[in-house]
Design a binder for this molecule. Structure first.
Ligand code: SF4
Ligand code: SF4
Length: 389
């Protein structure tokens, strides 16, 4: 029996679906040039896949057909040589509707395996965000903003080529750089030469940082007690969620407004790559964000301000787009936050401190956008990324 290789790509549903598919497909094609056998496939985080929901794609490669067949007898790999994370905010953890509970980003990474992350953050920050493991692994960073596109468009900013160049570097047994470059040229007749250059550059500049056993986020990811089949009852009952209640002002004690009761189990903390931050002093109380939010995230405060509740927000950006007041709602990269606390509570407790936090968090926010804020944004981003790459 030969060796079996497994690579997973953890991505944000739809925004990065084509990117993930391009990476896993190219891995299999490049390995095939080196005489190996492989298959790539997706595991939806949600079905149908939705914007922002974490999802996975895999490339499984064997030295020979029998090895591959044996490897593919499992539903999906239990461990992988390389985990590729194409949105660094997923280092906080991955929760999807297709599996139960929060999965650490490095959950499947083998002892001594490599986690490759697309990020503008430092290794220290990414390690701090990622859950600790009992075994050591390596971290490699591709210096770039997370690449997002849509269902009908693909932002060809060379993120795929760069990641593939990094894989060739950290796992040279899987495929050679030369085979990768040939694959990129053959698969992309118009842009292949340039993609091959990007792959080479990333191959040359990729280095890894060792992450020791026990290093990283000490939080214990929450888990579910699954009933055994012998314990399951006939039929199901889905308990309703109570309507909700008024909110108490933390300073004056005034009670008013309305906070809908939310699902006690499913939280959307990790479906977000960005979150809205609200400048309450600019708010004209027009209610548009409250009406337009597809997930009914806004809590209405006693003085009729609108506070986006982070347990419910999936970070779609609709509220920012609809708010009529300039810079009243700003979407900010999730890596800027370490908790999910209420912004309004912080504003009520100390308005000047909240204002200076707001200015800092907005001004220092790492670059991030879904890429559809205005016409022509994709083209601008592609130019920028390709010139960096
Ligand atoms: S980003 Fe805004 S509109 Fe979208 S889910 Fe969050 S609060 Fe609602
Ligand atoms: S849309 Fe903007 S101005 Fe209107 S209520 Fe929401 S935050 Fe306030």
């Amino acid at each position: 029996m030969g060796r079996l290789y497994a690579v997973e790509v953890v991505y944000r549903g739809i925004f990065q679906k084509t990117l993930a598919k391009n990476i896993t497909r190219a891995i299999v094609l490049a390995a095939h040039r080196d005489g190996k056998h492989g298959i790539s496939f997706g595991r939806y985080g949600d079905s149908p896949e939705r914007n922002g929901i974490p999802a996975k794609a895999f490339a499984i490669v064997g030295d020979d057909e029998v090895t591959l067949e044996e490897g593919m007898a499992k539903y999906e790999p239990k461990e992988v040589d390389v985990t590729i994370c194409v949105d660094d905010t997923l280092c906080k953890g991955v929760e999807s509707w297709a599996w139960y509970g929060l999965q650490p980003i490095n959950r499947l990474t083998k002892p001594g395996g490599t986690l490759i992350v697309t990020s503008l953050e430092t290794p220290e920050r990414l390690i701090e965000m990622s859950h600790r493991k009992d075994t050591p692994y390596k971290l490699a960073i591709i210096k770039a903003a997370a690449s997002f596109s849509g269902l009908w468009v693909y932002k060809d900013d060379h993120t795929d080529a760069r990641i593939l160049g990094a894989v060739a570097r950290v796992l040279p047994e899987l495929f050679s750089l030369g085979s990768l470059q040939e694959t990129l040229k053959e698969e992309n007749p118009k842009t292949g030469e340039l993609l091959a250059v990007s792959a080479q550059k990333q191959f040359d500049r990729t280095s890894t940082v060792g992450v020791a056993a026990g290093e990283g986020n000490t939080e214990v990811p929450y888990t579910f007690e699954m009933p055994k089949w012998t314990e399951m009852r006939e039929g199901i009952a889905i308990p309703g969620i109570p309507a909700g209640a008024a909110i108490k002002d933390p300073v004056t004690g005034e009670v008013g407004g309305f906070q809908p009761e939310r699902n006690p189990t499913f939280k959307k903390y990790l479906t977000r790559t960005m979150r809205p931050v609200v400048d309450f002093e600019k708010c004209i109380k027009c209610e548009l964000c409250w009406i337009a939010c597809p997930d009914s995230c806004f809590d209405v405060t006693p003085e009729k301000l609108y506070d986006a509740n982070m347990a419910a927000c999936c970070g779609c950006g609709v509220c920012e787009a609809i708010c009529p007041v300039e810079k009243c709602i700003t979407m900010v990269n999730e890596t800027a936050f370490t908790d999910n606390a209420s912004q309004w509570q912080a504003f009520r407790k100390d308005a000047p401190a909240y204002k200076s936090w707001l200015v800092t968090v907005i001004e220092n926010r790492p670059d991030r956008s879904h890429g559809f804020r205005y016409r022509g944004q994709y083209e601008e981003q592609i130019k920028q990324e390709v010139s960096h790459g």
